[in-house]
Ligand binder design. Structure first.
Ligand SMILES: Cc1ncc(COP(=O)(O)O)c(C=O)c1O
Length: 459
């Protein structure tokens, strides 16, 4: 966080301190006292060790789905964390529980869920998806789940945890969807997962077609929009059919991660259920937790118990500054990220030594290196990808370093798009850039220019 921002938080800290003091003064127990010099030295060592990170804050970082939170979120989190409310029960944090409900309502409304619905924040996308699958199993105890081969691995893993059967299907093109879905043992599938914003390629799976297919077979739909969910605010600007976004409210449950595109620190996922009656599956009889009100406690509709109230406060504060609108708040941020990916795609289409793998749908771009006119094979492409990936981080001048990621797909899948490139290995490793920083719309061409120069040197 910019150090000048610490000034911004001072009046609020003082206000909170005044409130704390109004309960009467007391002396901190001697067992908790640490000398200032020790704290200072510890923090100095900490900041030194933290420089071992990759520069997540910088536009030259285009590796994985991560970036620091917006300063508004960081300040709101810090301020609230000083009190450390627990959003498990209303008693644990009445104001932050209210804020959580307001945040959840904003997300629900974004997708077209309106009262009544059920939802809450969670500590991650993994836990939010686990909860959605747990409800799926509670509704259809004898049936399994299905998801595309590009779904996040968490679904397969959580199916194991829940003891559910999991089926995977291909979703290579919109034309062959029904064919692939028809091959599923649909009598034994209770819930089908649709990923809107796949982790690898940032693809938006064709929800509208899948909904039609699933509903006529009485199969529930869960949308994993952990990554792509915030793009709903600019769905009319995206290249794919807007119908997929427009029909999100028909799904039975949706997951979105504010700690990905929602400018939040880690510890902020969200799960939403269209039908509030699924609350019945959470029923329990805790003698410990609730005593302050008859109102719904978030802990009564959540698998997790303790959760940071600071997460809800940070997201609430962020939504005050960045509404979920297409032309205000989140919209312009996501539009810039998408524009960065389009710029990258256009650059790659003109480049001699780098080739785009597919056109970006959101803000993730995948590509590979090699002379376009000479002989390339899947194994030479993989080797080059690995070399470029390491070379980006090996430049002596830190300002010349760049950070991208590798993405492995089967050569069979690759050959469907590039049949002219011989497949001499089972898999092929591609280069991948996640352009989550709006600044990257101005810097992505320079980033690719540096990658191109390294590719030429390596060839
Ligand atoms: C589509 C998708 N679902 C789920 C997850 C898991 O979310 P988390 O890392 O918040 O647990 C991810 C993470 O990248 C994701 O991209």
């Amino acid at each position: 966080m910019d150090s000048s921002l610490y000034q911004t938080i001072q009046p609020s800290l003082q206000q909170l301190q005044k409130w704390k003091n109004s309960f009467g003064s007391f002396t901190t127990h001697p067992s908790l006292v640490v000398e200032d010099s020790i704290i200072q030295e510890t923090l100095r060592t900490l900041s030194e060790r933290l420089t071992g990170n990759y520069p997540f804050h910088h536009p030259s970082y285009a590796g994985q789905m991560l970036k620091p939170p917006h300063p508004v979120a960081a300040l709101a989190y810090s301020l609230t964390m000083g009190l450390n409310p627990n959003n498990h029960a209303l008693d644990g944090g009445p104001p932050s529980s209210e804020m959580e409900k307001e945040c959840v309502q904003a997300l629900a409304n974004l997708f077209g869920y309106h009262h009544p619905y059920l939802g809450h924040l969670s500590s991650s996308g993994t836990i939010a998806n686990l909860e959605a699958l747990w409800v799926a199993r509670s509704i259809h105890p004898k049936k399994g789940i299905a998801y595309s081969s590009e779904a996040h691995y968490t679904h397969g893993r959580m199916a194991q945890v829940l003891g559910m059967r999991a089926h995977s299907f291909q979703l290579d093109s919109e034309h062959s969807i029904t064919e692939h879905l028809d091959a599923l043992p649909f009598d034994s599938i209770g819930t089908l997962i649709v990923t809107m914003g796949t982790t690898g390629l940032g693809k938006v799976e064709p929800l509208a077609h899948i909904l039609d297919w699933a509903h006529s077979r009485d199969i529930r739909i869960h949308i994993d929009a952990a990554y792509g969910g915030f793009f709903k605010s600019i769905s009319n600007l995206l290249p794919g059919p807007v119908a997929h976004w427009d029909r999100m409210h028909e799904a039975d449950s949706i997951v979105i991660d504010p700690h990905k595109h929602g400018l939040q620190p880690y510890g902020c996922g969200c799960v939403l259920f269209k039908n509030p009656e699924v609350g019945v599956f959470y029923k329990h009889d805790s003698p410990y937790t609730y005593f302050s009100s008859e109102e719904l406690h978030l802990g009564e509709i959540s698998l997790e118990c303790s959760r940071a109230g600071a997460s809800a406060a940070a997201f609430w504060a962020t939504l005050q500054c960045f509404p979920l609108q297409s032309n205000l708040g989140f919209g312009p941020i996501l539009t810039a990220c998408h524009r960065a990916a389009i710029k990258a795609y256009n650059y790659l289409n003109k480049c001699d030594v780098l080739t785009a793998y597919i056109a970006p749908e959101l803000d993730i771009i995948t590509y590979f290196a090699g002379e376009k006119d000479s002989l390339r094979s899947t194994s030479t492409i993989s080797n080059l990808s690995k070399e470029i990936f390491h070379q980006g981080m090996a430049h002596k001048d830190l300002s010349q370093q760049y950070f991208i990621s590798l993405y492995t797909i089967s050569s069979k899948e690759f050959s469907q798009r590039f049949p002219e490139i011989p497949a001499d290995s089972a898999d092929v490793i591609l280069l991948r850039s996640v352009l989550m920083r709006p600044e990257q719309e101005y810097t992505v061409e320079d980033l690719l220019c540096r990658i191109e120069a390294d590719a030429k040197n390596l060839l």
